[in-house]
Design a protein around this ligand. Structure first.
Ligand SMILES: *[C@@H]1O[C@H](CO)[C@@H](O)[C@H](O)[C@H]1NC(C)=O
Ligand SMILES: *[C@@H]1O[C@H](CO)[C@@H](O)[C@H](O)[C@H]1NC(C)=O
Ligand SMILES: *[C@@H]1O[C@H](CO)[C@@H](O)[C@H](O)[C@H]1NC(C)=O
Length: 376
């Protein structure tokens, strides 16, 4: 996530794009969707976990489509923090009361002296996020996400922060595989799993468009009310990030990128779609977009004429309509395609909020796969 860049955009874009309300499903449509369920056994497993009421649905607040933030508490008695539920990193951290950076003056800080369950390790840490970085130390304490309780959860406490000034969240809660966590720490999802917090080791995101309320992250099962049709399962290609193989990216039947296959990361902390700059430039040529500063300006009328950009993953097309990839900023429009992944080999794409608002996403740790379905 490029929070600094995004902040510029927040100032311009007040989330003016208002998509027409989708009509309510008719009974017949609902039934047809039920018949479409492709894998009965798997679906049944998830239903069972739902009936066990082991599924926790946790609300997230949408900040102008730029960040999806939820509350957690740490310590005894609990201290509350706003964190990004991030499928692009592994670690949990919040600011500490000893943090001296300007970013910490505007964010909640954890006072370890006030928590009777706190355990300190004195191990220094440093976590970097593209342009942002935090430095601090490790601690452990009771962490709660709604009714989920992770005991003796290791987490970072920042003492210095760069790149988080003005961010609408205090810290980050990482949800990738443990293989990329700092100091080999057991991430919160793994800790909850081993402490028996859920029967199915899955979590899922429903990200609402423009509206502050209504987005959720769910743990321990999948609530079918948040998507239409069937969930299509895609194997994770590398159990580090939530990474999958993509077949191609096309517009109007012409392959515009990922022509020999590529990798894609599903990342809830990133709001846009990022790819190699050279290929992003090609896509912008097709859109007649002009480069202006760090942004790409498109004619607002192009929403009516441009084709969807189609991501083909595991043989299935995931179209992204122009209403999703063009965002209105006052009296002009911007493309949400951005460069920056050219240093990764093989070709890598980051599918952020823009993609995840269209497609409800399920992250299945038992089977190392991601499920995608059209969001309601
Ligand atoms: C987080 O907690 C604050 C109050 O402590 C509340 O105003 C806010 O709505 C909560 N956010 C979510 C997403 O529930
Ligand atoms: C937390 O601890 C500080 C001293 O470190 C104290 O001043 C403050 O009142 C405490 N707050 C709570 C809620 O106990
Ligand atoms: C697709 O390719 C054909 C043939 O090269 C070209 O005529 C057409 O304009 C292309 N369409 C788009 C949207 O690029």
């Amino acid at each position: 996530m490029k929070w600094l860049v995004l902040l510029g955009l927040v100032a311009l874009s007040e989330c003016i794009v208002i998509l027409p309300l989708r009509k309510m499903k008719t009974l017949r449509e609902t039934l047809r969707e039920k018949n479409l369920l492709n894998n009965f056994l798997e679906e049944r497993a998830y239903r069972l976990s739902k009936r066990d009421s082991k599924i926790t649905i946790h609300p997230l607040k949408n900040y102008l489509d730029m960040a999806y933030v939820g509350n957690i508490t740490i310590g005894t008695p609990p201290q509350e923090f706003r964190v990004v539920f991030d499928t692009g990193s592994a670690d949990l951290w919040v600011p500490s009361i000893s943090c001296v950076s300007p970013a910490c003056y505007t964010h909640k800080t954890f006072n370890l002296h006030n928590s009777s369950s706190f355990g300190q390790t004195h191990q220094p840490i440093s976590i970097s996020y593209g342009p942002g970085i935090i430095q601090g130390f490790l601690g452990s304490d009771t962490v709660r996400i709604g009714n989920l309780v992770s005991l003796k959860q290791s987490f970072g406490l920042s003492q210095e922060e760069y790149g988080f000034d003005g961010a609408p969240f205090d810290g980050v809660l990482g949800l990738t595989y443990p293989s990329i966590s700092i100091k080999g720490i057991i991430p919160i999802f793994d800790n909850l799993w081993s402490q028996g917090a859920f029967s199915e080791p899955v979590f899922a995101f429903y990200l609402n468009t423009c509206k502050p309320e209504g987005s959720v992250v769910m743990f321990g099962g999948v609530d079918h009310r948040y998507y239409k049709g069937e969930l299509n399962w895609i194997p994770v290609s590398q159990t580090r990030y939530w990474q999958i193989s993509m077949n191609r990216i096309s517009m109007n039947g012409n392959v515009t990128a990922c022509s020999r296959g590529c990798q894609a990361l599903l990342d809830t902390r990133t709001s846009m779609i990022h790819g190699p700059t050279r290929l992003i430039t090609n896509i912008h040529k097709l859109m007649n977009a002009r480069h202006q500063g760090s942004e790409y300006v498109v004619s607002c009328d192009a929403v009516k004429t441009l084709p969807p950009v189609i991501f083909n993953i595991n043989g299935i097309d995931y179209p992204l309509p122009p209403q999703a990839y063009i965002t209105k900023a006052q009296n002009f429009c911007l493309s949400i395609f951005h460069g920056g992944t050219e240093t990764s080999s093989p070709e890598t794409w980051i599918l952020g909020g823009v993609f995840l608002r269209q497609y409800f996403s399920v992250f299945d740790r038992r089977n190392d796969r991601i499920g995608l379905a059209l969001a309601v």
